[in-house]
Design a protein around this ligand. Structure first.
Ligand code: ZN
Length: 61
């Protein structure tokens, strides 16, 4: 099941849409920003209710 979540890009500040696979409780991956093409480190924790908690950071952090 895919959940769409909006986050602010840590590079350009634009709101970008992420598709989260909520069947995986914990995931870390890199996705290029669809606006500025910078590599965003994305960490997802899916809580007990199936709600994804998404945090994003730059590649250098
Ligand atoms: Zn960006």
């Amino acid at each position: 099941m895919l959940e769409s979540v909006f986050c602010d890009c840590p590079y350009c500040g634009e709101s970008i849409e992420l598709l989260i696979d909520c069947s995986v409780a914990e995931q870390d991956y890199v996705e290029d920003c669809s606006v500025c093409c910078s590599p965003i480190n994305i960490s997802v924790l899916v809580d007990d209710d199936g709600v994804p908690q998404v945090s994003v950071r730059t590649d250098s952090e």
